[in-house]
Design a protein around this ligand. Structure first.
Ligand SMILES: [Zn+2]
Length: 693
């Protein structure tokens, strides 16, 4: 008996610590949960049982469980117990008595999960495609909210899952894989989490498994046979990014990492694994974009958890540390381009009625909420880093990982940590970005240039709309010699500045490297697909030569979030109808309707040329967005498939290239993508040869 005393004491101390968190709900702390499930894909069926070790003292325990489940039996300490089950809640009465420290509860249940997988997967903003739980021949996905096991409200201190399925159906979930075997026509595996986080998800399918040991930890790919050839590349990349983030942020917080293929085109990050769609895995850029993003979520979102009472900070931070930082590592120019993209996307997509403060962001539901939660969020972290320097910024992030791992942190915890790291109170700075929708409108006004002795002095004002933001605004004066950089503390509506230069000034630029989050005027905004997605008055004009069917055009509009767009034929187009609107043409319209095409671009109804490359096969498609020359701040876009088949093939892809201005597709993939440069608007002043404006 003696040998049990120490562990029991340890358990009790641990439980008393966690118990306080649950005391208000009256729900017991859970020391350990074991879940056993048996999957029958042919019948969409699951049978399971779960055993929990609870801290004694509570009167009852409640579980979330799918309404599609049937509870076969509940026992408490080995004896049949009373329970009620309704509205997805299973409630079990618990005995109480002073003589016990823990109680053993076992639930036996079965359920079917058969969420329909949609045929048409247009659009990119509902990452679940409406599928929370499905057990089927194409694969198994049981999400954390599907209720596939009885989930108590308290996260257990430890968790073990054992899954069995017909031979060859391999399952994967969170935690370390502690066993795996195929025996008598059944494939089984067991997984154990030392630090369970939230609800469990589970995937299964006819996976081919590849494994590599990285720093003593298993890294896996679970890919369908068709994608098995990609495993080595993904294992290399996962090892590279795990090294990178461990160096940047501190130890990886879980027992394994796996890249798991899904039969839906998702990009999910779960604790210790990511679930990427089969079509997504094949896209060549995913390995250096989505993969680092999902790996970084193991530290942020799944490791340090989000306290949603102050909104979701983790998408902004992960976008900054993955999508953005990978660009910055390539070159300073690539980093700058990415920041311009974030700022442009926001101004293109977030119309005033779609805007809200960053602190109200919970998760993306449409392109606008993504531009806020991911894009503006990332820019807030960039501004903090610019202000306090790399050492304090990354040092603070490591400190956050040390102190908040497996716990919920809020925006205010980041504010306090950055303030400590910087040695000054950043609360007022952070609050203007977190509590206010939108951002500052900034422009240069009244800039003049005077020669004073051996040097030139450029002076003027930075103006912003009310209520003003407090900003450290970079200005750059380009001269006949080297450029002069300056930072102006901007506080009120008008802030004067003066910059001295040793050579004749040529151009003065406001925030030339896009280090600030600000709202761009329509003139400054580059013409991109996001401008079409963010349009408030889009009109689709169908030319006679349009090759796409009506249904395909509706699919295009739906994927762009513009299903309410009016559709007209080109022969009824007149100046009044198109005035003040954004226009999308299908096919080459009659002369005079499109603006003059930029140099290097030529179109006809049977072919097109994009910067020297000619496309003339039926499989080819061009999508092009231009400034509307008739109405400042509006765009004209051209959708030019060379056949209905090409239209149908590429339409679901176009929306994913939101920040681009032109796309050419051929042979089933994107061949050319790019964007036209932004115009400077009020953020640039040019000086004449004599140095005058
Ligand atoms: Zn994310």
């Amino acid at each position: 008996m003696k040998r049990f005393i120490f562990p029991l004491l340890l358990v009790q101390v641990l439980l008393l610590l966690t118990l306080s968190a649950c005391a208000q709900t009256g729900e017991p702390a859970v020391v350990r949960q074991e879940i056993n499930v048996n999957l029958s894909p042919g019948r969409h069926y699951l049978s399971g049982d779960s055993t929990l070790v609870l801290v004694a003292g509570a009167r009852k325990i409640s579980f979330d469980l799918s309404p599609a489940a049937t509870v076969d039996q509940v026992t408490v300490d080995g004896r049949a117990a009373q329970f009620s089950f309704g509205n997805s809640t299973l409630t079990v009465d618990l005995p109480h008595g002073k003589d016990r420290a823990t109680i053993l509860v076992k639930v036996v249940y079965h359920a079917t999960f058969n969420d329909q997988v949609p045929d048409q997967l247009a659009g990119d903003e509902d990452p679940t495609y409406g599928v929370n739980g499905t057990i089927g021949s194409q694969g198994v996905f049981l999400g954390g909210s599907a209720g596939w096991y009885p989930a108590p409200s308290a996260t257990p201190g430890r968790r073990v899952v054992r899954i069995s399925a017909p031979a060859g159906i391999e399952a994967v979930t969170a935690g370390k894989r502690i066993s795996r075997s195929t025996h008598l026509g059944v494939t089984s595996s067991a997984w154990e989490e030392g630090h369970p986080v939230g609800r469990l998800s589970l995937s299964a399918g006819p996976y081919m498994i590849k494994e590599r040991i990285v720093d003593g930890m298993s890294v896996y790919t679970y890919f369908y046979p068709d994608n098995a050839d990609l495993a080595a590349g993904y294992l290399d990349a996962a090892a590279k990014y795990l090294h990178f983030y461990q160096k940047l942020l501190g130890p990886y917080p879980f027992e394994k990492f796996a890249v798991v293929e899904n039969f839906l085109p998702t990009g999910y990050g779960f604790p210790s694994y990511t679930l990427l769609g089969g079509t997504i895995i094949r896209l060549p850029f995913i390995i250096d974009t989505s993969l680092p993003h999902e790996i970084a979520h193991n530290w942020w979102g799944n490791g340090v958890l989000v306290d949603y009472r102050e909104g979701n900070w983790c998408e902004g931070l992960v976008t900054y540390l993955a999508d953005y930082l990978m660009e910055e590592k390539k070159s300073a120019a690539a980093g700058r381009d990415y920041r311009i993209r974030l700022i442009s996307d926001y101004s293109s997509l977030v119309t005033p009625d779609r805007d809200f403060p960053l602190r109200s962001f919970v998760g993306r539901i449409d392109p606008a909420s993504r531009a806020i939660g991911y894009g503006k969020g990332a820019m807030v972290f960039h501004m903090v880093r610019s202000m306090i320097g790399d050492e304090a910024f990354f040092g603070t992030l490591r400190e956050m990982c040390r102190t908040w791992m497996y716990r919920k942190a809020a925006w205010s915890d980041f504010t306090r940590a950055f303030s400590r790291g910087a040695g000054k109170d950043l609360a007022p700075f952070m609050e203007q970005w977190l509590l206010r929708p939108g951002g500052p409108h900034l422009s240069l006004k009244g800039a003049t240039n005077k020669r004073q002795g051996a040097e030139w002095v450029v002076s003027g004002s930075v103006v912003q709309t009310s209520p003003p933001y407090e900003l450290l605004l970079p200005l750059r004066l380009e001269t006949a010699g080297s450029a002069v950089s300056s930072k102006v503390v901007v506080t009120g509506k008008t802030t004067p500045f003066g910059i001295a230069a040793p050579a004749a000034p040529k151009r003065l630029l406001l925030d030339p490297d896009a280090d600030l989050f600000r709202l761009l005027t329509p003139v400054e905004l580059p013409p991109t697909i996001n401008r079409v997605k963010g349009s408030e008055n889009l009109l689709l004009v169908v030319a006679k030569s349009c090759q796409a069917d009506q249904g395909t055009m509706q699919l295009l509009l739906a994927s762009l979030g513009q299903q309410r767009t009016a559709v007209i034929n080109e022969d009824v187009v007149d100046a009044q109808l198109v005035h003040g609107r954004d226009i999308l043409f299908c096919g080459v319209p009659r002369p005079g309707l499109l603006p003059v095409l930029p140099e290097g671009i030529a179109i006809s109804s049977s072919d097109f040329t994009l910067f020297g490359e000619r496309f003339g096969k039926q499989d080819d498609l061009l999508f092009l967005v231009l400034r509307n020359p008739n109405v400042e701040g509006h765009v004209m876009a051209l959708f030019l498939p060379l056949s209905e088949a090409a239209a149908r093939q590429y339409v679901p892809k176009i929306t994913h290239y939101g920040s681009y201005g032109y796309l050419a597709f051929a042979n089933g993939e994107n061949r050319i993508k790019g964007r036209f440069p932004p115009l400077a608007g009020g953020s640039m002043v040019e000086f004449g040869k004599d140095g005058g404006q």
